[in-house]
Design a binder for this molecule. Sequence first.
Ligand code: HEM
Length: 538
Amino acid sequence: TGPAEVSPTGQELSGDPAEAAQAGAHLTTAQGTRLYDTDHSLKAGERGPVLLQDHHLREKITHFDHERIPERVVHARGAAAHGVFVGYGTAGDVSRAAFLAEGVATPVFTRFSTVLGSRGSADTVRDTRGFAVKFYTDEGVFDLVGNNIPVFFIQDAIKFPDIIHAGKPHPDREIPQAQSAHDTFWDFVSLHTEATHHTLWNMSDRGIPRSYRMMEGFGVHTFRLVNAAGATTLAKFHWKPKLGVHSLLWEEAQVINGVDPDFHRRDLADAIEAGAHPQWELGLQTFPDTEDQMFEGIDLLDSTKIVPEELAPVQPVGVLTLNANVSNYFAETEQVAFHVGHLVPGIDVTDDPLVAGRLHSYLDTQISRLGGPNFAQLPINRPHVPVNDMLRDGRHQSAVHRGVAPYRPNSLDGGCPFLAGATEGAFVEAPVTVPEASKVRRAPASYDDHFSQPRLFWLSMTPVEREHIISAYTFELSKCYEQAVKERTLRVLANIDPVLCQEVATGLGLPAPEATVELGTPAPSPALSQLRGTWPGD
Ligand code: HEM
């Protein structure tokens, strides 16, 4: 049930979205007037001029003229499915969110996406993938708006327009359409070295998933969970696919992009239709909510850092199953509106400066993308619980609100729900102390290390995975026109690993620079010739 809906004559309007558009046996105008012909314009004589008075002609064409809405400013290309989430009850100690309780089944809608390409771009490009899940819980909508890579490019949302401007096609030639292989992208990530970790994941096999069904998902930020007693715990969300994590080879990705640009959306829809319903376990990494919000020397408010699973194992808290395809792409996949601020009691955000900007950005962009402030009334976005808000009017308002006093408390409509001693609900959460501080426009020193975790990632790769990473950097950088961009990126690679830097430099025909930071060496990094020796058939 959504907002109270009645017709002006007091008739209850059905919640069935199809009824508004496709009921009745006859073709009609939008006003319900029966038509007998929709193939011929009204004319003065069979070969005469078309008459302006033909309302059906004008209505039909005018509506068509307005069928498109702006695509998402990022994550424009996506595919989605319905499903169900069932809690294991194992998160009860840390969160009072009701949908995590044992055996509770919550309907969900999940949208996967690429980030940079436009709506009509290809699926198997090298890019980050979005992994956004809308839970229609009994306590309201909770959205987990994550990616398939556990870290982000930037530490502060104020740089988001910049990284996206750099990643999208060049403003003069509008190329490339969907790849990161171009000068502005590499210019940005080599100048903003906090992007090194995310970029390295992109250049690894994680950047070309085999299937949406075989991707991990990550909430990326650290969240603050609140249990029934009001105690808080910091946590990171993980989705683990039951089918395991699999990637394409670069050559496969190239061929598929040409042969079947819809490869990932077809794979998802075909699998669900065939009854092979993909599943993911939701897991939590938890950390004590200490005053400094650090764990083992890692700043939990820095979204360019992971916490290795060896230090904080992922504990399963529930399972997601996607079991039904969308019936209308526009109504569901295109009009769904996710938001990191859609939270339920028991889950809260932290002071990560990246999440702060997101909390503003999603609602703001959706007002423009979905044509006004009332898109929560669209069927795909409606909570599955009664709504009683004081939001009124605005474009595309479809509710007919009752009463005269849209404010609380009031003495006219008899409605004072907040004054009845209510203490339950979201957005009050556990009191968290904000340390006394002066206003500053700079990052903390704990955000300065941009290379140790990329190095950790590189050193954890198998020989064949390292070869793939080297080939990916070499291919991408070979597409850049600017020598200075290539050279600066090589200086970044030198700060990850000398072998990585040397191999890419050789591929580009450039000298390899020395590292400018001290490389922490958890394990010796063998030369690639040694690695190659270990790869059968090479
Ligand atoms: C869309 C994830 C950072 C702005 C999306 C979507 C995902 C996502 C999955 C697609 C949602 C859908 O399927 O409809 C993330 C993650 C981030 C991140 C994991 C970092 C941890 C940011 C930041 C901003 C931002 C910092 C802005 C300050 C947007 C916008 C959209 C979007 C404007 C389009 C939303 C729409 O039109 O409905 N993001 N994002 N994102 N994101 Fe982010």
